[in-house]
Design a protein around this ligand. Sequence first.
Ligand code: XIL
Length: 453
Amino acid sequence: MRTSRTFSGLLRAGLAGLVAAAGLFTAGTLPAHAADTPLRDLAAAQGKVIGTAVTGSKLTGTYGDLAGSQFSSLTPGNAMKWGTVEPTQGTFNWTEADQIVAFAQAHNQQVRGHTLVWHSQNPSWLTNGTWTSAQLSSLLQNHISTEVGRYKGEIAAWDVVNEPFNEDGTYRSTLWYNGLGSGYIANALTWAHAADPAAKLYINDYNVEGVNAKSDALYNLVKSLKAAGVPIDGVGLQAHLILGQVPSTLQQNIQRFADLGVDVAITELDVRMALPADSTKLAQQKADFKSVVAACVAVSRCVNVTVWGFSDSDSWVDSTFPGYGAATPYDANYAPKPAYYGISEALGGTTTTPPTGACTAAYSVSNQWTTGFTGQVTISCSGAALSSWKVSWTYGAGQQITQAWNATCTQSGADVSCANASYNGTVADGSSVTFGFNASWSGSNPVPSVTLG
Ligand code: XIL
């Protein structure tokens, strides 16, 4: 049961600096983000699936609303990895994986299972153990049979093998390759197919987006697996990219895999930039997201584009690449960034926000009890800035503000108006300000549309 929803008021700010300096805003009929066609609908019209990696515990509130409404595929970011599902040998924990699968089913979404055979995020009992080849092989077979079997019929595609190659195209030295040789790949695919014949089976890697030594190795592997009759259905190009560095051969590379008779998915798209973000970088990031999605749209066997986290609040980038961040299509307050509109435009959508940036206000209910609730509004600027602000809305069900902090709020009848406090009128480009309030409600507590003006 979702308890809060967010609608955004959008402030056009093409001449952001000038307007912000003057502190002049006109409230009026501004387009709301809620009116933009969801990415999943745009993707469906192109015959594509658009996905995101998710964290199970976050699938409520605004995060849950966006994950459910904008995307048609979910990939558990960590929940299906071996170290998560079997932390102690023989003791399984499917809680988060089950939760994500259930959420996906409730929202009519596919699930990409991630991942069965990898060198990373394995349980310590496995990596610290001493195993004969036969034992290792049987451990892997059991793992694959157990996990794929558990979700039989519920997973559209599995990243069966993750990151098998080095940058030069040789096989990566891992527990699996060292113990079993390269044959572990064909075996893993065969075991996965036996456990769920309907699931599409993928090999997934990074730095294989363009034509290079590593993608050549992957290409040759897929070709030989196909020739040997091994069940291989697709190739996953992770696409953890750096700003301005979308490979020029991306579409050509997607096409050559498609021509082998396999599907292609962009499985982990993000575009990281050196922090802090600014409007120039955000515009480049929009172009980058747009060109990646356009390359997939251009190849019929490219079936899915998945972003590795949809919000800058839920990205692996900041902790993995120090000094880099802002890698996803929504900012940390769930306001869509220019990159969101890059995806949308590549999927045939029409952008209603100026590419130069915007400031938005998002309302959410953070806590609710029988007679009252606590709400908050976050004003975020991306490619624009404010020197003062006022947010207004009209309550539709008799709600009454009783107290506010970090803003001065007045309510007249159903109309609420909140202006900045003396100390938080400035919202710099790339930053946000939040104010909160308590209010009473009875009967129902629908979320109002808010206007920033
Ligand atoms: C990342 C997760 O997002 C992080 O939360 C975790 O700490 C490390 O792994 N390639 C992959 C993903 O295939 O599984 C990785 O996910 C990112 C790189």
